[in-house]
Design a protein around this ligand. Structure first.
Ligand code: ZN
Length: 182
């Protein structure tokens, strides 16, 4: 199997920041985050995935591992943040963008603040826990000592469809009521 790092994305070393900010690039990275989300669903986890990109290169990818790790903090973004910091050898993720399929919860939005991330791109909004504009707006809260850019709605339909079909299957299998927990 070809790993994501082996794929030629068509980037060159001279790629500018402007090119990196094109919506098409956001969609391209979000597709990888969606792959992670789909893999989470296959493993019986709520399908949420994340990718961290720094200087046009993918530093880390993560998926929700809450059940597998029996860890309430094993959200996709946090898994990816830890891996990216390890890969970079620093706790500051300055210069990095995180792509996540669902709007981060307060814990994850806070972790992105703590990591001094530059930017967060997310897919679907989370009416029950969203902390980047829905329930809270941690990224632009001027009381905090770091703020980061937010872009929402990138491939939101795909993200929402994964979540919907996951919960529909689980309801069907267990007769459970629908509950979206991010
Ligand atoms: Zn979270």
């Amino acid at each position: 199997m070809i790993g994501p790092l082996d794929v030629d994305w068509g980037y060159t070393a001279g790629m500018t920041d402007i090119a990196h900010d094109e919506p098409s690039d956001d969609e391209r990275w979000m597709r990888l985050a969606l792959e992670e989300a789909a893999a989470a669903a296959k493993a019986g986890e709520v399908p949420i995935g994340a990718v961290i990109v720094c200087g046009g290169e993918m530093m880390a990818r993560g998926r929700n591992r809450r059940e597998a790790d029996a860890d309430p903090t094993a959200h996709a973004e946090l898994v990816a943040v830890r891996l990216a910091a390890r890969a970079l050898g620093r706790w500051r993720l300055t210069g990095c963008t995180v792509y996540v399929t669902l709007e981060p919860c307060p814990m994850c939005a806070g972790a992105l603040h703590a990591a001094r991330i530059d930017r967060c791109v997310f897919g679907a909004v989370d009416p029950k826990a969203g902390a980047l504009g829905t329930l809270y707006d941690i990224a632009s809260d001027e009381r905090l000592n770091h703020r980061y850019q937010v872009t929402s709605g990138v491939l939101a339909e795909e993200s929402a469809a994964l979540l919907k079909s996951f919960f529909a299957r689980r309801r069907h299998a267990h007769g459970e009521p629908e509950a979206l927990e991010g």
